[in-house]
Design a protein around this ligand. Structure first.
Ligand code: AMP
Length: 194
């Protein structure tokens, strides 16, 4: 069983209720399995929902937030730990330190950017842990089609399909992490199609 997961999640509070329900279910599974969570530290939207529920269920959750967000009081006040960093780049780097897996919940440009950076780092062998995409009700279908197209048109190789795993139900999370294809830093040697 893994010890720590990083979760990319959205700041919007206006998304459909189904996203909040699924986020709470993910939080329940993580608290139950004593898996520590690292996330953006926000109190709003799916971030706030995740943190509230983890705290409620007695789990452990760590926020990583740039100082400028704290100044406008976006930080969740009940986290076990909060790390304030200089900027968004340092935050993304910190997200990936000492985590055993990464999960992208449905989200906006911030979530997409974080997810695509992690996929790129894994392609280059700089990050090697499972990356799970939560494709609730097909939310990520357009992104997955784009990645398919990258592969079909040889911007990426078939091997790169192993970088990410896709789930559509919270209950699939633990299995998807356990069954994620092995990956290591040697990926740098096959990162480019020559
Ligand atoms: P999005 O999916 O576009 O809402 O972006 C989520 C990401 O945006 C988070 O991981 C943060 O990097 C950043 N972000 C945007 N708003 C907030 C907020 N209110 N509190 C914390 N992080 C935020």
């Amino acid at each position: 069983m893994i010890k720590r997961i990083c979760i990319y999640c959205a700041s919007s509070a206006q998304v459909h209720q189904k996203y909040f329900i699924a986020t709470s279910e993910i939080a329940d599974i993580l608290a139950e399995n004593k898996i520590e969570v690292v996330f953006g530290g926000g109190a709003q939207g799916l971030m706030g929902c995740l943190a509230d529920r983890i705290v409620e269920r007695g789990g452990r959750i760590i926020g990583v937030m740039p100082h400028f967000m704290r100044e406008v009081e976006w930080d969740h006040k009940q986290l076990n730990e909060v790390h304030f960093v200089d900027d968004m780049h340092s935050r993304k780097k910190k997200f990936l330190e000492d985590v055993d897996a990464l999960l992208a919940l449905p989200g906006g440009c911030g979530t997409l950017e974080e997810l695509l950076e992690a996929i790129t780092l894994k392609r280059l062998g700089q990050f090697t842990k499972p990356i799970i995409i939560f494709n609730l009700d097909g939310y990520y279908d357009p992104l997955l089609s784009m990645l398919d197209r990258c592969i079909a048109e040889k911007f990426m190789s078939e091997k790169h399909r192993h970088i990410w795993s896709v789930i559509d139900k919270p209950a699939q999370l633990i299995g998807a992490i356990a069954n994620a294809p092995a990956w290591d830093s040697a990926a740098i040697h096959t990162a480019v199609l020559k």
